[in-house]
Design a protein around this ligand. Structure first.
Ligand code: GAL
Length: 376
């Protein structure tokens, strides 16, 4: 055996090992680096490697942690009904999400408003500083009644991840007139058999206003608002909540009457209120809409579709659910949307895209992949 070639072999093999180690390290680093990115429309695994099951949701930032609440969906068509409840995930960086379990569970009691098999959609959670409670609102449809109930559900918890205790469901603002209608429309209900009310808010004055797709918005002064699709989805209502966030405070405005908006998501930037919504075509995607106002009570001005580029007229095959202000970065907002899969709802994908501004006007453009460094 030639000792020299033996030595060379030895060094060769060491070098090869070092090289492959470097290669592996390089790959690992690039994989890890690649993981810290948003990939709209793709499978988004949680800490267990399972696609995040949190649909129609919203995010609460509490004590430096993000909590993502949304509808837990299951496989197949029955998965569109609430078979489990509201799922919650936590994250420190918005990329990596830990499954924190079911925050609000549907009830096994068939008499409960939130009986298993009801429709429980678009849950949102806000924190009340005064009561030190976490308050969840959601759109509720009673089991077996299709979308006819049009109610709001409220649940509360002492801990952010729950368990949330269901309090009640109702149609908001019973007995209250909107602040922005002329006095002649503030008519009591026509007598039974009389002429039909001109507006559904008149019909529903006594029993409470219809409330379907919804979001919550907390203003800088801690006043919270419930924004919901009302009047047969024809008109949005913006409704102030009581100081404890548990009930409507008795003040609301009609917004974009007869424009049929759904999926509201509100944010505030440079003193202006913005509202992103969708049109009404069920699970099928349509064009998003943007509204702006100097006061939350309006007047609201329609600014058209905020999405630009290919598939903008279909909101990139998604529907708005929430706008997340990125903490610590002024003017940084994430547009969150759902790509629904009504045939197999558990498979619905999340679309997160940055909101950009051109001449002060927000817009959303598609990106295959992006991260928080996008916000300068
Ligand atoms: C959508 C709405 C969803 C869900 C769906 C049912 O328009 O935004 O939350 O209600 O209709 O068809």
């Amino acid at each position: 055996m030639n000792p020299k070639s033996n030595k060379e072999n030895h060094w060769g093999s060491i070098m090869r090992r070092v090289a492959s180690l470097l290669l592996v390290c390089g790959l690992v680093t690039s994989v890890t680096a690649a993981e810290k990115a948003f990939r709209p429309g793709e499978v988004w695994p949680d800490n267990n490697g399972v696609h995040i099951n949190c649909h129609g949701g919203g995010i609460l930032v509490h004590n430096g942690t993000f909590y993502w609440f949304g509808q837990h969906m299951i496989e197949g068509r029955p998965g569109n009904l609430a078979q489990v409840g509201v799922h919650v995930y936590s994250s420190k960086n918005l990329y990596d999400w830990k499954d924190e379990g079911i925050a609000l569970r549907v009830s096994e009691d068939p008499q409960s408003d939130i009986a298993k098999g009801c429709i429980l959609e678009r849950p949102k959670v806000i924190y009340n500083r005064k009561t030190d409670k976490f308050v969840m609102w959601f759109h509720l449809e009673l089991k077996g009644k299709g979308y006819r109930a049009a109610r709001s559900g409220v649940a509360v918890a002492d801990q952010v991840t729950g368990p949330y205790r269901f309090i009640e469901s109702f149609r908001p603002n019973a007995g209250v007139w909107p602040i922005n209608v002329p006095d002649e429309l503030k008519e009591p209900l026509p007598a039974e058999g009389g002429p039909a009310p001109k507006f559904l808010f008149q019909r529903d004055h006594v029993g409470g206003q219809m409330a379907r797709d919804m979001t919550l918005f907390v203003d800088d002064d801690d006043t919270a608002y419930h924004v919901y699709a009302s009047e047969g989805n024809g008109t949005l209502h913006i409704s102030q909540l009581t100081d404890d966030y548990l009930r409507p405070a008795g003040k609301y405005a009609r917004v974009f009457p007869d424009c049929f908006n759904e999926a509201p998501a509100m944010f505030k930037h440079a003193g202006k209120y913005y509202l992103i919504t969708s049109g009404c075509s069920g699970w099928k995607a349509n064009a998003a809409r943007l509204g702006v106002a100097d006061s939350i009570w309006g007047p609201w001005q329609a600014l058209g579709n905020p999405c630009v580029g290919e598939d903008a007229e279909l909101t990139f095959h998604g529907q708005s659910t929430y706008v997340l202000p990125v903490p610590g970065k002024t003017g940084a907002f994430i547009f969150m949307a759902d790509r629904w899969k009504p045939g197999n709802p558990i498979d619905g994908k999340h679309l997160w895209l940055p909101i950009q501004f051109k001449d002060g006007k927000p817009f959303v453009a598609w990106l295959d992949k992006w991260d928080l460094s996008f916000f300068k």
